[in-house]
Design a protein around this ligand. Structure first.
Ligand code: ZN
Ligand code: ZN
Length: 472
């Protein structure tokens, strides 16, 4: 009899690994299934082969291009080949932007060529280019503070430097120069704007990315200098003599094109109309092959969904994998997805949504925005993820870009945060290619997404609605 309490104590000690956590709505069989998914993914998933296929057989796939259509056909065929229960397309319409040529050179005082890339959405220069003196600004705020009319006949140059961090937090403070530099420069009368690339590489190519115009402000050309070329231009400006630049950019904005979100589903066994969504964006910029942005996100979430589809028993809710259209030029796919669900009254059916759009680095943290009553589910998922080196963090985080629009309507979200230390070395450049992806790191991410999607779809707990932030 004296042994018995010890046995009970030992059994209790052994319990947390497999038993349900109070409030998680998950039992030992659910956890065992999730651990099985995790371990199978780590042994080798289909993710790298999918990214290899997309980058090799489709390659650069800027939204609205013939390659965009080939990418949609590719995604549909892959979902079908992977055995998803339901595969369908959803229309997404947007204007088409096409890059022509882009050249820049210093005319004086030290004539030499510069490496640039036009920003996405930029208008071109008049034929033959523009020639003008450069006026340099440390950042967007300094440009915005310049007196009205002070840049008449000039080219504005914004030299702000993006800082490298594991979590990519250097991007936000720097990217305003790319997004709004043209509008702020045009308000002061500038003919064009050039910026230091929003990226952390020291390679001699520019980082592109989207920029915007306002209806009431003249549209001027906008380009990014490679970071070494930005250094060069800054060194010339620092000498105090007028620096003259020639900028010659050809681009074209055409009429509307309709692409598609491509969706694959593993049908839920009890509650097929309740969905857990994971995904990435199918489009890329036009220079690299879009391996890390966002071939990785598409490939790894497809592979995670396929693993769940191989289970003998599907989870209670539907797992929906979404390859979003045209994220790069304004979140068109995510916005169209949310608008269609809102119109159909399907927002409440969205249990948990996550997107992978931060490259192919290993995942190190799980964060979520759910009803506090559902937090025990997130903690239980975190316990299954812990052996992958993933910590559960109770605060911070944000949904992926394409998930943002449905989260703004109240849908709960999760984030599997990736190590993005080198992400901005390649982001939006010709150097975004397959060789930057470690297949083992990709498998770790498949494991994490499979566990997250499966357990979120299996739990009895409702993730609730998250408070909607007021629009500003
Ligand atoms: Zn992206
Ligand atoms: Zn991008």
């Amino acid at each position: 009899m004296r042994l018995l309490p010890c046995l009970i104590a030992a059994a209790l000690l052994a319990l947390p690994a497999h038993a349900s956590t109070p409030g998680s709505g998950l039992d030992a069989a659910d956890i065992a299934a999730a651990e099985g998914l995790r371990d199978r993914a780590i042994q080798g998933s289909q993710a790298w082969a999918l990214v290899e296929s997309l980058t090799t057989e489709v390659g650069p796939r800027i939204a609205g291009s013939p390659a965009d259509a080939r990418a949609v056909a590719w995604a549909k065929a892959k979902f079908e080949a992977l055995g998803f229960d339901k595969v369908y397309l959803e229309p997404v319409t947007f204007p088409v932007w096409v890059r022509g040529h882009e050249r820049a050179e210093v005319l004086a005082p030290f004539p030499q060529p510069l490496v640039i890339t036009a920003l996405g959405g930029s208008v071109g220069t008049p034929a033959g280019g523009v020639e003008a003196e450069v006026v340099a600004f440390a950042d967007l705020a300094a440009l915005s503070a310049a007196p009205e009319g002070s840049l008449k006949g000039k080219i504005a140059y914004i030299s702000n430097r993006m800082v490298r961090f594991k979590d990519g937090r250097g991007y936000g403070p720097a990217v305003g120069a790319r997004a709004n530099g043209a509008v702020e420069a045009a308000k002061k009368g500038a003919l064009a704007v050039v910026i230091r690339s929003i990226g952390t590489s020291n390679d001699r190519f520019g980082h592109t990315g989207t920029m915007r115009y306002l209806p009431e402000v003249p549209r001027i050309p906008a380009a990014a200098l490679s970071n070494p070329d930005a250094d060069l231009l800054s060194h010339m400006v620092q000498r105090g003599q007028p620096v003259r630049l020639r900028l010659d950019i050809a681009t074209e904005t055409r009429g509307d094109y309709t692409s598609h979100n491509v969706i694959g589903e593993i049908r839920g066994r009890d509650l097929p109309d309740e969905v857990v969504t994971i995904g990435g964006h199918l489009d890329s910029w036009d220079q690299g092959t879009g391996a890390i942005d966002d071939g990785a996100g598409v490939g790894l979430t497809m592979a995670a969904g396929a693993l769940i589809g191989e289970l003998e028993r599907a989870p209670r809710r539907t797992v929906r994998v979404i390859a979003y259209a045209n994220e790069e030029q304004g979140l068109y796919g995510g916005k169209a997805y949310a608008a269609a669900r809102a119109a159909a009254g399907q927002i409440p059916g969205h249990q948990l949504s996550a997107e992978s759009d931060f490259g192919a680095g290993r995942i190190y943290a799980l964060r979520a925005g759910v009803d506090p009553a559902a937090w025990p589910v997130i903690e239980r998922i975190g316990q299954v993820l812990a052996p992958l080196g993933i910590a559960t963090e109770a605060t911070g985080g944000s949904p992926g870009p394409d998930v943002g629009p449905i989260v703004a309507l109240g849908a709960p979200w999760a984030q599997l945060a990736q190590d993005g230390t080198d992400y901005f070395d390649y982001h939006h450049t010709a150097n975004d290619t397959l060789d930057k992806i470690d297949p083992k790191a990709l498998d770790q991410q498949v494991a994490a997404y499979a566990v997250l999607a499966y357990l979120a779809a299996e739990t009895d707990v409702d993730f609730g609605a998250v408070p909607v932030k007021p629009a500003n």
